[in-house]
Structures are given as structure tokens and as C-alpha cells.
Design a protein around this ligand. Sequence first.
Ligand SMILES: [Fe+2]
Length: 494
Amino acid sequence: MQTLQSPASESASYTREDWKSGYDSQPQEFAYWIDDIEGEIPSELFGTIFRNGPGLTDINGYRLRHPFDGDGMISSIAFDQGRAFYRNRFVRTEGYVAEQKSGKPEYRGVFGTQKPGGWLANAFDLRLKNIANTHVVYWGGKLLALWEAAEPHRLDPHTLETIGIDYLDGLLQSGDAFAAHPKIDPDCQGEERLVNFGIKAGLSSTIRLFEFSPDGSVVSQHRHSIPGFAFLHDFAITPNYCVFVQNPVSFNPLPFIAGLKGAAECIQFNAKQPTKIVVIPRNGQEAVRFFDTDPCFVFHHANAYEVDGKLILDSICYDSFPSIDDGVDYSEVDFDHVPASQLWRFTADLAVGSVDVNVLIERYCEFPAVNPQYVGRDYRYLYIAATHGETGNAPLQALLKRDMKTGEEQVWSAAPRGFGGEPLFVARPGGTQEEDGWVLLWIYNAERDRTELAIFNAQDIATGPIAKLNLKHHVPYGLHGSFTPHYFGPEVSS
Ligand SMILES: [Fe+2]
């Protein structure tokens, strides 16, 4: 049964001005105890939530073509004994430091931001600006800000100060890619394992896979060459496999080289070609397998698991590559013409080689999350950002929880003036049930022009947050984040 707790307005759940204001740059850096709290922070909630996303959508007034080109800014909230400490800092990448010093764009952005001066000023400048803006993860004693096309930046988890580019103890060389979507296997031979990949795309593409033990040391790595250009943003894991979706896209670099477009704007979706599910055994020994399925474009996966010789993969699928038309400012995008993003379930029969497809969530949705203990396992509960209305495309204002066994859904919406994004499930310490925990959600409140962190009881999101932490300012819409059961705030005085 679906429930909507907010004012229902299928046609206008938001105003464009409200939505746009959540993209405004936040150049300031803060550090303070959060004292404006509605409800009560659960006393058992202990640890630190980190979140990454573009903190600037302009460089000294020069507007970026797309927020994804914005410099990475990390936010953290540390929880202990019902108190919470907020901090944010920009990642001091080489590009951020140079541009803040000069006061103007020194690099082109992958998503189309060009240096001033037209194509002549941009042609043949093929440098990538490692903007470290996509994800942040604490692993092996290191806090790493991730951007998929280059190396991670290491930060101090207490202060968020940038330590520098981290080559993972020599595993990476300068310019090597390290994806922004690592997965943590909750139980690999009795311990957690961080699994990630790096992609080198070309006429054929090379996927490099890494597995790290809890102390950060590399346990295994192997490389695989796959045919064709591969745009791989995310992947999924099971105990035996790494699972990728190879989108049916091609890449024509000429407009990029000529200074006319960003690299990501040179991606072409080929609707008549199949999408391929690429299954790579984690042991690195067995052959890579490919399964053709319906044409679609995937950024993110919700989860994957193996059951009865079948591989289940739940992914957010677009009916095309969600690009922005030439010359259109991202903030003026026509949502009616943005490709649909829905939750699809792929069921690959590993013996037969066939794939069945089912649409599980038709409402437009993105940024899925599950209980970390169920990553790669048969799971029941999915949490995901969704549109307020059941039909039509719009900004993500709602939080949706789906029971994957019964199909039952709960919905809570921050409409009309609230805007959400990626939820994060945090298990209650000592909890044994899959939904025993909290869902943390960053919400931009346009009425106050501030950001809030909402904490939901994961068993019942429909009744709304049990606590809301009101920040003193706004944080631009973020991308991805993570939670670690380590407290990185100041000492809590009792
Ligand atoms: Fe992502």
C-alpha cells in the first residue's frame, strides 16, 4: 500500500526556483555542534556520516555548465550520545587550489564546462581535472574522496583536511582510474572486503578489479579486457562475481578534442544495440561472461545476489543516456524530456545464458541503498530517492522504501519545498533484523535555504523523520556518502 504524507500535488510538487537554489555554491567551510534539532537523535547512533558532492557550481562567478563539474566538498556529521557535530571542507585538489588562486577556470570539465575564450581556448587541452566530488569512504584507516576517472584523495577524517593524492600503497600510478563506487562485501571468508574497479575505456576497454582487506592491504587484483567502449560508473558484487552493465554507447572524441564539448557530451546512446551484463568471477580465474538484454542506460545498481543458478541484478535503468541538450543550462532542464529512471530487475540464468527483465519500481527513482550486511545477498528492503508524484519526471523529493518480497511500498515526501537525494541505511548496533536501523537523508529545505539531515526509523519511514538536524546553511545537492562506526567529532563533554 502506498502512502504519501505530504500535500499531494501530482502536477506541481515543487517550483523550479526552489529546486535551482539547492545548486547554489557553498564556498564557506564550517565546523560546529548542531544545536537546532527537531525530535531526538537516537542515543545508539554512534559514528560518522560522510558525504561528497559538488560544493561549487561557479568559479568566482563563472557558471559551470553542469554541477557534476563542481569541486568536491565533503560534509561530515559525527554522532555520539545523542549529539552531532557538523563539518565541511573542500578537497584541495590541484585544480581547486589553482582556480581559487587565479579566480578563473583553469581546466575544462568532463560534463561540458569550458574555459573562457571559446573553442580556441579549449581545443587540444585534454587534461582531466580530478575534482574528487563523487563519493567518500573510510577504509583501512584512510578517508578517501573518490572521482572515477583518477586517483583518490586522502583526507584527515577528523578535520577533513586534504592529505593528498593516495596511490594506495603503490597500487595506482599517476592518472590511473579508481572508481567512485566501491562495494563492501560484509563477509568474505569471515571478514569485510572492499571491492572496487578502475576502467580504461577505448575501442576495447580494460576493467581492473581490486579487493582490499580491512587493514587496507590489497588481497587480489586482476585485469580483464572487454570488447567495445565501456562507460562504467558503478557495479554490483555477489560472493562469487563482480557484475557490470555495459551500456550501448559509443564515444566520438572529436568535438572534445576540438574544444567544442566536454568528454561526457561526446557519448552517444545506441538504442538499437543491446545492453550487456558483464559477469566477472571474483577469483580472477574463470572466463568473463556476457549476457545481452534490453537497451537501457545504467548509472547505479541497488544490489545483486545469486540464487539457484541465477544471478539477480537490480539496477536503475534509463531509457536513454540522460544528457542535456546543447546550449541548455542544467537548471532549465525540461524534466518531461529527461529519460525515465526506474528500478529494473535482471534475472540472468547462468546455465542457459538468458536474461529476464522486470520493472519493479515504475515511479522515477535514483540513488538506491540497502542494509550494508545484505550487499551481495538476497535482500528484502530497498531505500531509494524518488519523485513526489507516482508518474512523470521531477526532482527527487521523496524517500521510498520497497519490500522486495511483497512489493509493498512506503513513501515519505519532502515536497513541496524539500528536495532529497541518496538515502543511507545505518544498522542499529546489535540489531539482527534487516530493517533494524535508521535511514539518514540529506534534505535541502528551500523555504529556509538550509540543509537538514533527517533520521528515519527504517522500519517505518512513512510517518516521517524521528529527528531532523537543521544546519545553519545550505549544502549543495550531493552525490554519494557512507557511514562508519567511528566517531570523528570533537570530544563530547557530558
Ligand atoms: Fe554514482
